[in-house]
Design a protein around this ligand. Sequence first.
Ligand code: SF4
Length: 321
Amino acid sequence: MEQQVYRTFSDYLKERYGEKVYKLPVALPVSCPNRDGSCGNGGAGCTFCGSIGAGYENLPADMTITAQLAANKAHIIPKYKAKKFIPYFQNFSNTYAPLETLRAWVQEAGAGEDIVAIYIATRPDCVSDEYLAMLRAEADKLGIDICVELGLQSVNYRSLQKINRGHTLGEFIDAILRIKAYGLQSCAHLILNLPWDTMTDVVEDAKVLSALGVDQVKLHALYIVKGTEMARQYEAGELTLISREEYEARVINFLEHLSPDIVLQRIIGRAPETNTLFSNWHTGWWKIRDNITATMAAKGQYQGRLCKYLNGPAVRKFLSV
Ligand code: SF4
């Protein structure tokens, strides 16, 4: 049982939609500008990215959205008596498509009475005013929320260069400010154990996301997929991974520095065991999550406890006299 030491996604969904809501993965026939060379970064993709992106749990992308949602619902409805759903465009960069194609996908995914929101994972360089205006208009027509999930991974631009990310912090800030300007929701994905990052980077991750006012965060531990550039580096001894204990300490410090308003979709991701060289320290993700929450509860730690750095802390003393 998860203890309330941070703002959980399940609690947020119940607050917003009045009952449990289930996210259904949808695979679209998209690629990524960092994989096809369009972002001028050599076309090799991020060094950790496997050939199926993040979509190892997905159905095939050549199935229609309607068929994918029906197949997932057929599995979930009898098991959980689920009534409300969020289609999640998960794999690769889901706004990396012609604008009218994306509009049609959103209309198809959002058509059911039981759909309360659509979540769309993409990259900062695949977000523009034109696309956001279209998403805003479709969200209003459908009467649903739209959340744009952006991969950031780290605020440390040197680490982002090392993983061949094809963008740095600046593009992420630009994209978040634009998403907010259209009244859409935002979520940032971070990997808290990138080999070149330290605890200082993790605290800075929390500060930057809090200052920007992102709505949600999803934390992952790095997993190393066979055949990737990162797998080559790992096998050649060119990078070292932190221990599970250090990952847990980083998550706790991140949460304590994070604004209490931000919703945590996850504090550790599910990761595939097959085809990987390293995956969540060969430990179930829920065990790591439960250990983090138990440690925080035992030590009186909670999300936002150290979020005291915003809005001019040095001049507060002059305002209280
Ligand atoms: S941005 Fe995402 S899909 Fe593109 S190369 Fe990086 S991890 Fe893979």
